[in-house]
Design a protein around this ligand. Structure first.
Ligand SMILES: Nc1ncnc2c1ncn2[C@@H]1O[C@H](COP(=O)(O)OP(=O)(O)OP(=O)(O)O)[C@@H](O)[C@H]1O
Ligand SMILES: [Mg+2]
Length: 504
């Protein structure tokens, strides 16, 4: 009945037991969600199944046979495919070329017939993509489709997806779910890693929950609830941030006036955006992804130059300043892509000292001990599960985010720019990050929270600005916000004109 059985899998990384006697069974034709907090061991288990890691102990059975999986090549031969979080595509090649790359014996590729085959399976599984397009022109969501097609072309019967929705906008998530349903209909088995309980409930047949490297349980999705899953994940029941109901400040800290910005294609991304964030205030920017949020965050930290308008921080005109000047003016940015925020090959301590190395220099020489001490303190204060000497690339997603928060927030910035700060984080880490943002507010900082997650905006923001096609279509106090109206504004159906605080 099981296409894959993993028995008593154990994997250690030095003193860390990432997988501790794991038993996991995947049925034919099911969508099986793998759930667990950051660092629970999900990616490790799947990397073992796909041959990227060797287990220290345990057995893997595939279709009733004991399997020896020493490399992805072995896994692929057994019909196992994996779409990882970092795509391995060749940008100048076409979709079809990427799909067949490394998987063809013939010297002369018959591109026309390959393109046709790729187009057929794309159409069959609802993976909208044109086979002749160069991969470098594709969005993240489209690249993911190419990776899925690659696995299907290699005749995968088991498809592993590691947090596939973390990089997708809501519409793309829906399309992915359609694809997964069609794959299931055609008999494939899917392992789906996610942190989002809504997604587990929406798409999976069964769920396995991991905690601290161990299996807590496997349950039928139809017989469980989000609450029960959350409890299995963290061993306790209640979540949520505790919000201090204090008066927001009146002192404007971050002032954006008539800001115009163009995107990478040279098209207008922001059209005369005017917003003010006050001390002791969280201003939430709500909107569907791709409506100018990325460009806004980039402009507010000097990564992108505006084509018009002004940006003031604490009254100081920062329009067109470079990132280092923004940092010096007290702007802390939590980068949207965590992997660009750190240098994976450096240690945790080095990454924590990055951006202000000068403070650790003595007579032109770096004081290594001071860097270690500083790291030790921040690790404790921000509850990062890592040692100062660990290579940063070995950290789990949640711990990576904590590291970045530690680096940014320990500087006590006057204003915090937080684009999608909890994307890809589990319930516990999400709660942690949200509490950190509330603490920044309590300390007196002006926080700009950019999020596609309406629940997050409603939980944290004092005021909500809705962005649509590069324009602010309304600003309202969070206490007056009605979720349906916000949804309509986000879809561009309604412009809130009443209740817009002029110049706010
Ligand atoms: N290559 C590695 N070297 C050292 N430690 C590692 C390595 N890969 C993972 N770990 C450690 O193993 C544990 C499990 O990590 P894993 O990446 O499997 O967690 P995860 O459940 O996928 O977390 P997330 O939800 O954050 O992606 C963590 O403590 C992590 O730091
Ligand atoms: Mg992972």
């Amino acid at each position: 009945m099981h296409i894959v059985e993993m028995q008593d899998i154990t994997k250690r990384f030095g003193p860390v037991i990432a997988n501790d006697g794991i038993v996991f069974g995947l049925r034919w034709g099911e969508i099986h969600a793998l759930l667990g907090e950051n660092g629970a061991g999900k990616t490790t288990l799947m990397r073992i199944l796909y041959g990227l890691y060797r287990a220290d102990d345990g057995e893997i059975w595939v279709e009733g046979q004991l399997a020896r999986i020493a490399s992805p090549k072995d896994a692929i031969e057994l019909g196992i495919g994996m779409v990882t979080q970092h795509f391995a595509l060749v940008p100048p090649l076409s979709v079809a070329e990427n799909v067949v790359l490394g998987f063809t014996d013939s010297f002369r590729l018959d591109m026309a017939s390959i393109e046709q085959r790729v187009a057929e399976s794309a159409a069959r599984f609802g993976l909208e993509i044109s086979p002749a397009t160069q991969v470098r022109h594709l969005s993240v969501g489209q690249k993911q489709r190419v990776e899925i097609l690659k696995a299907l072309y290699r005749e995968a019967r088991v498809l592993i997806l590691d947090e596939p929705t973390a990089v997708l906008i809501p519409q793309e998530v829906e399309a992915l779910f359609h694809t997964l349903e069609r794959l299931r209909e055609s008999g494939l088995s899917v392992i789906f890693i996610t942190h989002k309980l809504d997604e587990v409930m929406a798409i999976s047949d069964r769920v396995t929950v991991l905690r601290d490297g161990k299996v807590i349980g496997t349950v039928n999705t139809s017989e469980t609830t989000k609450r029960e899953l959350a409890r299995m994940m963290v061993g306790r029941e209640t979540f949520g941030v505790c919000r201090e109901e204090e008066q927001t400040g009146i002192e404007p800290i971050l002032q954006i006036e008539g800001l115009c910005v163009t995107n990478d294609q040279g098209l207008p991304a922001l059209k005369e955006v005017t917003l003010t964030v006050h001390a002791r205030e969280i201003l939430g920017i709500a909107g569907v992804g791709g409506n100018g949020q990325k460009e806004l965050a980039e402009t507010l930290c000097g990564v992108r130059r505006p084509s018009g308008g002004r940006v003031l921080v604490g009254g100081q005109d920062m329009t067109g300043a470079i990132p280092a000047e923004f940092t010096a003016a007290g702007v802390g940015r939590i980068p949207e892509d965590r992997h660009t925020g750190v240098v994976g090959e450096l240690s945790v301590a080095e990454n924590l000292a990055l951006e202000h190395l000068r403070e650790f220099a003595r007579g032109g020489v770096l004081d290594r001990q001071a860097i270690q001490r500083h790291a030790q303190e921040l690790i404790q204060q921000f509850q990062i599960k890592a040692r100062p000497t660990d290579r940063t690339r070995t950290l789990s997603g949640g711990n990576l985010q904590k590291l970045i928060l530690a680096r940014v927030l320990s500087r006590q910035p006057r204003t915090v720019i937080a684009p999608q700060p909890t994307r890809g984080l589990d319930v516990g880490a999400t709660e942690y990050v949200r509490n950190q943002l509330l603490q920044q507010r309590a300390r007196g900082a002006a926080v700009l929270l950019i999020s596609e997650d309406l629940d997050e905006i409603l939980a944290l923001a004092d005021r909500i600005a809705v962005i649509y096609e590069g324009e602010i279509v309304g600003v309202l106090p969070a206490c007056d916000a009605d979720i349906e109206q916000l949804g309509l504004m986000m879809s561009g159906a309604v412009k809130e004109r009443q209740g817009v605080i002029p110049g706010a």
